[in-house]
Design a protein around this ligand. Structure first.
Ligand SMILES: [Zn+2]
Length: 313
């Protein structure tokens, strides 16, 4: 009897250990399930496909999703240029703008990032002058009052119509570009360039006196809000072509293909009026330096969008 008992004990002990182990495993599995993102997101109302997508996102998006059901989260996070700190603004813009379900998310991102979800000349900020050639000046970002750039030099008649001047570095870049264009049989000529605060003010006020602020805003920039005041913008034409027909010229085609190589970008492209705040201007080029101009060109974004996503840090 004594011998048999001794034989049984180790098995009982083993059984108990095994049972405890399995019980622990079960508790652990249950705990893991009920605390998993999948379970919690499902509880909140996300379906399986949504959950599978969300759990692969950055933790900040998961944390957000865990707080509430938001049907805009997935389509918005699929947008390359989403800026998380502006997320509430995207939602507010969607709510205000779209009454149906067909939402242009790309446009939502572009509008909010560039502040064009707000009326022009509202929510304005003094621009960050530390950005150098990459400063942003538009209807939301203005120059320090009466800003005057340094190194303004006058342009010779071989490159510009009379009375044009520009920042020296921009002039050098334009000359280099102009010479290269010439080799391809293209003549570039600058029609308008640096405009100081007072002349921009005069231009704007003439329109304003004639037809009021709304009209003036539609045809001219307010002083301190004009890119021409930076000394980094040029209106480039070719002899015999003006605003109406410049787009159809070989000079325009050449610039569209090559300007970025010399540091210039087309600043107000076609079909981007609602983002840039300006009508399409085939002739208005902005100097950014070769490196930045190449990046902006390759991104396919307007400078306003590029700045919001990549430079406004
Ligand atoms: Zn211009």
């Amino acid at each position: 009897m004594k011998k048999r008992k001794l034989k049984k004990e180790p098995f009982i002990l083993l059984g108990i250990i095994l049972f405890c182990f399995l019980a622990l495993l079960l508790i652990f599995a249950l705990f893991k399930h009920y605390t998993s993102y999948e379970y919690k997101l499902g509880k909140i109302g996300y379906d399986d496909a949504e959950i599978a997508y969300i759990v692969k996102l950055d933790k900040k998006y998961i944390d957000y999703a865990l707080k509430k059901y938001d049907r805009f989260l997935i389509p918005l996070t699929k947008q390359k240029y989403l800026i998380w700190s502006k997320y509430d603004d995207y939602l507010a813009y969607i709510k205000k703008t779209y009454k149906s379900n067909s939402i242009n998310y790309k446009d939502v991102i572009a509008k909010v990032n560039t502040k064009t979800n707000y009326d022009f000349y509202t929510h304005t900020l003094e621009t960050d002058m530390d950005k150098g050639y990459g400063i942003l000046v538009n209807k939301y970002y203005y120059l320090p009052d009466k800003y005057e750039p340094k190194d303004i030099v006058s342009m010779s008649n071989s490159y510009a119509y009379p009375n044009n001047s520009i920042k020296e570095k921009v002039y050098e870049a334009f000359k280099e570009m102009s010479k290269k264009a010439k080799e391809d049989g293209i003549t570039l000529i600058v029609n308008s360039s640096y405009r100081d605060y007072n002349s921009q003010k005069r231009i704007y006020e003439q329109y304003e006196d004639k037809k009021g602020q709304k009209y003036a805003d539609s045809v001219a920039a307010r002083p301190n809000f004009s890119e021409h005041q930076t000394g980094l913008a040029l209106d480039i034409f070719t002899p015999g072509a003006g605003m109406k027909n410049f787009e159809g010229t070989d000079a325009f085609k050449w610039l569209s293909k090559n300007a970025y190589k010399y540091g210039f970008i087309l600043r107000y492209p076609k079909d981007k009026e609602s983002i840039t705040g300006y009508d399409y201007e085939a002739w208005h080029y902005r100097y950014l330096g070769k490196d930045l101009a190449t990046k902006v060109f390759n991104s396919g974004l307007t400078f306003d969008e590029y700045y919001a996503y990549y430079l406004d840090k």
